[in-house]
Design a protein around this ligand. Structure first.
Ligand code: FE2
Length: 117
C-alpha cells in the first residue's frame, strides 16, 4: 500500500466529511492560544456503532524536524462529537498537522501553517 492511499488528504474522495479542520484562535475569556480540530465543519461526522471517528491527534512541526505530538482526543461515539480544543502555544511551531481516524473511511491528515505575528 502506498502512503497516499494510507493517509487521505484534501481531494481524496469523501474529504468533505473527514478532513480534520484545524482552526487557530484564542480562548474567549483567557485569551490563551487555542487550536480547534473539527471533523466536518458543516456538521459533525456520524457516530454510529460501525462508522465513527475514533480519535483525533494534533502535532506541531518546526524547521522540518520530527513532529511533536501535542495531544490526542478519543471519542465516546454515544456521547461525544469529533470536535476538540487543545490549549497550545502555536507560535512555537511553523505548522500544525491533525490526523483523524474514521473506523470506516480510514486515516485523514491535514496541515495548516501557523501565522507569524
Ligand atoms: Fe467516515
Amino acid at each position: 500500500m502506498d502512503l497516499e492511499t494510507f493517509f487521505k488528504t484534501k481531494g481524496s474522495p469523501g474529504y468533505e466529511k473527514h478532513l480534520p479542520i484545524i482552526e487557530i484562535g484564542k480562548g474567549h475569556r483567557s485569551g490563551e492560544p487555542i487550536v480547534r480540530v473539527i471533523v466536518c465543519k458543516e456538521g459533525p461526522h456520524k457516530m454510529t456503532e460501525k462508522h465513527n471517528v475514533a480519535y483525533v491527534e494534533l502535532f506541531g512541526v518546526k524547521n522540518g524536524e520530527n513532529p511533536v505530538a501535542l495531544g490526542r482526543a478519543a471519542f465516546n461515539r454515544k456521547l461525544t462529537k469529533p470536535n476538540v480544543r487543545f490549549c497550545v502555544d502555536t507560535l512555537d511551531f511553523d505548522s500544525l498537522v491533525a490526523i483523524a481516524y474514521c473506523r470506516t473511511h480510514g486515516i485523514w491528515i491535514n496541515e495548516v501553517e501557523v501565522p507569524k505575528k
